[in-house]
Unconditional design. Structure first.
Length: 317
């Protein structure tokens, strides 16, 4: 049985721990508030402050969970310089009356500090993205098979995209004062429906405008911001609007009929993400969960344990 002295000591320790935790949250909130006041609402200075917080935390793991037969876990490995070098995804899904398992591996290679090659491999196929930069580290060309894109800059921001496979097509980007892309203007081939061939080009071109909305919080950090044609978050990759998400300061929350809903930790980093289409909640309301690791003084690769399910259902690569 515990003595009254030990109980008193334990209670005092618990009290100090609670006070410490509360003070930590209060001080962080005050620091953010004071930074906004000292910046005199200057969006650039506010962004700089939030970015210093963001770069202290690398994404270590992301899970996506729908149900016990449909979920994914992604593990992120970094080198001694905190550069992302590998992503391993373990996928569980139900197909043809049984549960199956896949593994997807993305490897990242660097030249002069810039991410220049992304190699993807899964049980079905593999492919490579090649990235080229100018002498100040800005991405100027991406190559994926015959799909080649060129990126132009103005005022320190990437503001237009040109395409090798159709020189008549291009994309113009418009930013707000916070550094978020709020409008995308695309010149694309006009198409019409054909009873035999389906959607076919008419030979003319039309302009399409897309608008985007954001929160005011910090984006997850993988330390590959300048390679903006690729998003390491599960299910994103190179799908549109990848460069919209990767070039913007904050988290994308609305585009067309899709919306994204975040839960944040005390530092303002996303820890949960759910998506909606036309405002409809999916049956199981699947969610992404983010795990971070502080990268101050970090040496070595990720300490995350990578577990491969023990099963004969499928072969792993």
């Amino acid at each position: 049985m515990l003595s009254s002295k030990k109980i008193t000591t334990f209670a005092a320790s618990l009290y100090n721990l609670i006070i410490y935790s509360l003070m930590k949250k209060i001080l962080f909130t005050l620091a953010v508030a004071l930074s906004f006041i000292s910046c005199d609402n200057n969006p650039s200075e506010v962004n700089d402050f939030l970015n210093t917080i963001r770069k202290k935390y690398l994404v270590e793991k992301i899970t996506w969970y729908d149900d016990e037969t449909n979920h994914k876990e992604a593990y992120y490995e970094y080198d001694n310089n905190n550069r992302l070098v590998r992503r391993i995804i373990h996928s569980t899904y139900f197909e043809q009356g049984r549960v199956k398992y896949d593994t997807i591996v993305d490897n990242y290679e660097y030249t002069k500090g810039n991410l220049t090659k992304i190699t993807h491999k899964d049980v079905y196929f593999s492919y490579t993205y090649d990235l080229e930069y100018d002498n100040v580290g800005r991405l100027i060309t991406s190559k994926y098979g015959n799909n080649i894109m060129h990126f132009c800059y103005r005022g320190g921001k990437m503001d237009s995209i040109w395409y090798d496979n159709d020189p008549e097509c291009y994309t113009i980007l418009k930013y707000d004062e916070h550094g978020n892309i709020v409008k995308e203007i695309m010149r694309v081939p006009e198409t019409e429906m054909d009873d035999i061939w389906g959607e076919t080009p008419t030979g003319d071109y039309v302009f399409i405008e897309n608008e985007y909305e954001y929160d005011d919080k910090i984006r997850p950090f993988f330390n590959i911001d300048n390679a903006f044609v690729y998003d390491p978050i599960l299910g994103q990759g190179t799908t549109h609007p990848v460069y919209i998400r990767m070039l913007s300061t904050n988290n994308l929350i609305k585009y067309s009929r899709s919306s994204w809903h975040y839960t944040y930790n005390e530092e303002g980093l996303p820890i949960e993400l759910r998506s909606r289409f036309e405002g409809v909640t999916p049956v199981n309301d699947p969610k992404y969960a983010f795990t971070y690791r502080k990268c101050d003084g970090y040496v070595g690769t990720s300490t995350a344990t990578i577990t491969v399910p023990n099963t004969d259902a499928n072969k792993f690569i």
